[in-house]
Design a protein around this ligand. Sequence first.
Ligand SMILES: [Zn+2]
Length: 176
Amino acid sequence: MKKIVQKDNKVLREIASEVPVDEITSEKIQNIIKDMHESLAGERDGVALAAPQIAVSLRIFVISPLAYNYEERDGAEKIDPKEISRERKLVFINPKIIWKSNDSKKMDEGCLSVRPWYGKVKRSSRATVEAYDENGKKFEMEGRGLVAQIFQHEIDHLEGILFIDKAKNLKEINLE
Ligand SMILES: [Zn+2]
């Protein structure tokens, strides 16, 4: 498990590099993805993690399966975490937002690299991402609510942007 770097670390301010598509299935990239899942799973309040947060300046982020049960889905039942990876992607490589809804909402936001700060950030309530999965397969996925917020927050990480650059009403909250 790799340590999650904190906000003064310069790697968080770099523009992350694209992963060459033919290297996605390489041992090096697969190990980075594994490290990211492990580091995220070790954080009880974490829903997603970008590679720069484990000091790897590559365009990859991962989502916790739990995040999908907070996604806004019309009349949807909770998805069994074991079933999630079949219905929803957990790994996003070279992600791009290809569509965002015009309505923006102020959403509560925090970051595993900016502990223990929280604030309100305006985010589109729906967003569609195009990315490659861990097998090198290209896909598109629309997210709503928390998942749309995650897409925007994580892709900001890949551009060297932290939520505190955009947040209003920053507050320190210790979740103990
Ligand atoms: Zn973050």
